[in-house]
Write a protein that binds this ligand. Structure first.
Ligand code: PHE
Length: 330
């Protein structure tokens, strides 16, 4: 009896106590073995033996429960100690981030065209001459190549100067009807208040059977899009030139700062130029082997949109990662 009591008393942890419990109280334990003896002892001794045994069991059970409580309390103390938090420790102020204004602007543009079922296409940033120039009706030595100050690699490849090569890649991989936009980074050797060597464009291209897509469609969709972006503005299409569109136009909105009266931002013209567009030049269709189709395309600079929407005067601010600028765009 004392031996069993000591077993319980000497248990140093809940795990050890559990082992002892099984040894003493378990189905094949010491007590069970004692009770089994009842079967074999003479009847007149049975009563006493059983009584003693039950008392023994009750005493051991009581001791066991006590010990268990004690060890549980001890385990809890240890846990509290090891998991304690020092609330006096210095902590850093946590700040929530925000999407960069260019990303926000890009997302807003993408939302418009996705709602109209345009697909989103991507192309490589390192392009070949064919996709960036040749197929876009910009043959070698064409003076219009100079319009886009290009970063060239030694092997003749280049950093794409616009997202227009994605027009070519999409026409090569898909067939009509095509209704796509291509958002992404582009690169030019330019650096001043309104130009950075890397910036972002969103290209648009719609192609369908000849006669199904017209300049009128282009005018409608871009006017609607610009009012979605800038609110209730006037929109005008000015004849222009791009090698890959014919006819081509540049699109202006009435100045969102002065309402068209003329101010510093619009150089006192009352108008802000926001994108380029036109009907796809037949030479472009020829380069990708398309026949009996018509289409329109447009391209816009995301940074310019973001600067206008958020009135950021110096584009370079957008790329400095200054938290004070970014905090204004939460
Ligand atoms: N790729 C032209 C640019 O970067 C923009 C453009 C795209 C113009 C599509 C017309 C049609 O300036």
């Amino acid at each position: 009896m004392e031996r069993l009591e000591n077993k319980i008393k000497n248990a140093t942890s809940l795990e050890k106590l559990e082992e002892v419990r099984i040894e003493i109280f378990g189905k094949k334990g010491i007590l069970a073995a004692e009770f089994a003896k009842l079967k074999t002892i003479p009847n007149e001794q049975k009563k006493d033996f059983a009584k003693q045994l039950n008392e023994k069991k009750a005493a051991l059970t009581k001791l066991f429960e006590q010990k268990k409580k004690e060890l549980e309390a001890k385990a809890l103390q240890e846990q509290l100690k090891s998991e304690a938090l020092d609330l006096s420790l210095f902590s850093y102020e946590s700040k929530t981030g925000a999407l960069h204004p260019i990303t926000q602007t890009m997302n807003k543009i993408i939302d418009y065209f996705v709602a109209l079922n345009f697909s989103i296409e991507e192309g490589p940033l390192v392009e070949d001459d064919f996709h960036n120039f040749e197929a876009l009706n910009l043959p070698k030595n064409h003076p219009a190549r100079e319009m886009q100050a290009t970063f060239f690699f030694k092997d003749g490849n280049l950093l794409r100067t616009h997202t227009s090569p994605v027009q070519i890649r999409t026409m090569q991989k898909d067939s009509i009807p095509i209704r796509m936009i291509a958002p992404g980074a582009v690169f030019r050797r330019d650096f001043d208040l309104t130009h950075t060597p890397m910036f972002h464009q969103v290209e648009g291209l719609v192609v369908d059977k000849k006669g199904k897509v017209s300049f009128a469609n282009l005018k409608f969709i871009l006017t609607d899009f610009l009012r979605y972006m800038f609110g209730d503005v006037d929109v005008r299409f000015r004849p222009s030139f791009f090698p890959f569109t014919e006819p081509s136009a540049e699109v202006d909105i009435s100045c969102i700062f002065c309402g068209g009266k003329g101010c510093r931002v619009c150089s006192h013209t009352g108008w802000l130029e926001v994108l380029g567009c036109g009907e796809v030049d037949p030479n472009v269709f020829e380069a990708v082997g398309y026949e009996d189709v018509s289409g329109y395309a447009f391209g816009l600079g995301v940074e310019r949109f973001a600067m206008l929407l958020h009135q950021v005067p110096d584009l370079r601010n957008m790329f400095e990662g200054d938290i004070r600028l970014l905090e204004q765009f939460k």
